[in-house]
Design a protein around this ligand. Sequence first.
Ligand SMILES: C[S@@+](CC[C@H](N)C(=O)[O-])C[C@H]1O[C@@H](n2cnc3c(N)ncnc32)[C@H](O)[C@@H]1O
Length: 301
Amino acid sequence: MSHQEAIKANIKAFAAADAYDSRECMQVLSMLAAKTIVTHDVSIIETQPSTTVYGNPEEFQSGISLENLIGKSEIKETFDGKKVMDFACGTGLVTEKLTHFLDNNKESTEIVGIDINQQFLNSFNEKATKLSNDKLTITSELCDILDPERQSEIDSKYGEQFDAIFCSVSYHHLEDYVRVTKKLVTFLKKGTGVLYILDFYNEDVEREASETSAVRHMGGLKVEALTKCFQSAGLGQLSIAKEFAVKTWQLGNFIENHCRQETIDRFNNGTLEKKSSSLGDVYSIEISVILAVGVRPKNDG
Ligand SMILES: C[S@@+](CC[C@H](N)C(=O)[O-])C[C@H]1O[C@@H](n2cnc3c(N)ncnc32)[C@H](O)[C@@H]1O
């Protein structure tokens, strides 16, 4: 599948922004993504996988808040006064959660959301309007950053502009995430800009998805693959390790496209715990998430 075909498959797969936001799993994951990003210390190189498992999805459903999830002393980076990109931002769930940590009495902060799906960006923009204030500007752009016809425009708009770029649970949807990473690195400020990639991680699955699926890398991305990708994009200070696992309720088609074989087998033979939801039957499974962090070096040409 080409990069363009993967984009078309993704636009088709993510049709309904409201349904996406109402999925308990996406709310839980975006909270944990925000927590993982703001509590990460860029000066520490993590190589050991974490054993943190967040249990009981009902706890999140019944309104566990970011305050309960993160102690103030754990916060290492709030992005106050910085220019940040939410790449493949979707409906803006992670941006929304991250703004929670900003001190709006301090310096001006700017967040730019990039996605290829206008429906999702409409929902991002609604959140942006509610969250923006005179110390916080949130904008978005419908953009394929690899579009050959827009390269000089994209370079002059985004090149070397960003203090941080984050991307949550989207890399496994990209056909060519190595090329995307190389492009994102050019958007970072030299010497200080940080790239944070969060994605699904299943130890025993590393196979290509079916030709029509929006998911391009079944089971997410591995430490080794992300390390090679970050190295080839010229990033330094690499910290790439499994961050956490979380128990959530998932639809059958998510399980078929993202989970390890043992879970898919249990789904197929009817032994996963099941309940009804507004979107149909959902099943209790554990998902692992990996965080890859790298810094753009000062002298990278
Ligand atoms: C699972 S959603 C994640 C959205 C958001 N980051 C979140 O955590 O809720 C995957 C997103 O990747 C976007 N996407 C897929 N391919 C893309 C590409 N080539 N460039 C930008 N966004 C892309 C999709 O449109 C979708 O919004």
